[in-house]
Write a protein that binds this ligand. Sequence first.
Ligand SMILES: Nc1ncnc2c1ncn2[C@@H]1O[C@H](COP(=O)(O)OP(=O)(O)OP(=O)(O)O)[C@@H](O)[C@H]1O
Length: 410
Amino acid sequence: MEKTAALNASFTSYSLSFNKILTPKNSMAAVSFLASFSPRIHSLSSPFPSPAIKPKRPTNTFQVRSVAAPTEDVAGFDDMVSGTQRKYYMLGGKGGVGKTSCAASLAVKFANNGHHTLVVSTDPAHSLSDSFAQDLTGGMLVPVEGPDFPLFALEINPEKAREEFRDAAKNNGGTGVKDFMDGMGLGMLAEQLGELKLGELLDTPPPGLDEAIAISKVMQFLDSPQYSMFTRIVFDTAPTGHTLRLLSLPDFLDASIGKILKLREKIASATSAIKSVFGQEETRQNAADKLEQLRERMVKVRDLFRDTDSTEFVIVTIPTVMAVSESSRLRASLNKENVPVRRLIVNQILPPSALDCKFCAVKRKDQMRALDMIRNDPELSSLKLIQSPLVDMEIRGVPALKFMGDIVWK
Ligand SMILES: Nc1ncnc2c1ncn2[C@@H]1O[C@H](COP(=O)(O)OP(=O)(O)OP(=O)(O)O)[C@@H](O)[C@H]1O
């Protein structure tokens, strides 16, 4: 009972439906139990107005008042929504913790608050389509039906994006060039070119490279007039490990591509005869331009990730020791990369219940331990802690995402 009270007391204000945790038999007891902590407990109708998302059984929905205080004074949703200058939100964390649900719910909330919003996924599994329960695939802008204001989704297939650059890289160093340059006594330059192995790298990319290229492709889109209307861009980013690599990749790519381009210039100016060997000069120029653009965009992505005025990286986690440990490492590495992080969403917290079964009691204890761990963690304790309850149904479709958004983004 004491533990339940403690958990209840730390919940931020939310409404939830939990027809599995609270059976009709115990729900009245729970109402009076929760009422002792909050004067704002009501029984509400289903939070999902759409017939498509109807709960299976009648639900009991409650509001519990927040008593949690963030360690650092971080403004809430009002601040996130204010202003018309473009802002980027990147949701990151371990696989399966609820990044897509949180990103999609934030996008719906921005749109419902009057922002032209774009939600982007570079996840090959296309979970945005699953989350919105709409087909958003195709690699182009797709309108999302449901929100009050325009909301568009963009699902980039990272593998496809990579293919483009693989061809460009291949065009910048072929065996014909090497043979000719050997003959000209310039073999050393050719070898240096070969050592960069960009083509090979793009054939068997390390995890994170696809996402890096996909995000740079998004940046390319965002620069075009067609996208100028978007004032809020929400990224459902790659899982933790990939994201970290992605953050360090721009430097690496910058160096690699930059070197290739410099070498190419050197070779071209070494002798004009080489130019004729390169043949198809126009194709090669296009390839070089493409690489140059990729390099420039990578630098943009890197800078964007570090821009405190326009960008915020939100860490999403669940209350388990493993997930919290990983989030702590993620925060540390983001810090190292100077990526601004202010909020930590702890998702899937067991809602308060008067009568826990044995399983729930043990689970709750476990979650409490993880929450304590967050409060004492040097990396995480300064973040604004947002607690999001485990609900008793999958969060799919705009009404469900709106419901989640109203709980999480305040
Ligand atoms: N608070 C919650 N209560 C109940 N179900 C949830 C909650 N948050 C997320 N889910 C469900 O958990 C599943 C995974 O969520 P989601 O796809 O958002 O996670 P993810 O971190 O983006 O996963 P991945 O890394 O695989 O892309 C989905 O079925 C979603 O509906």
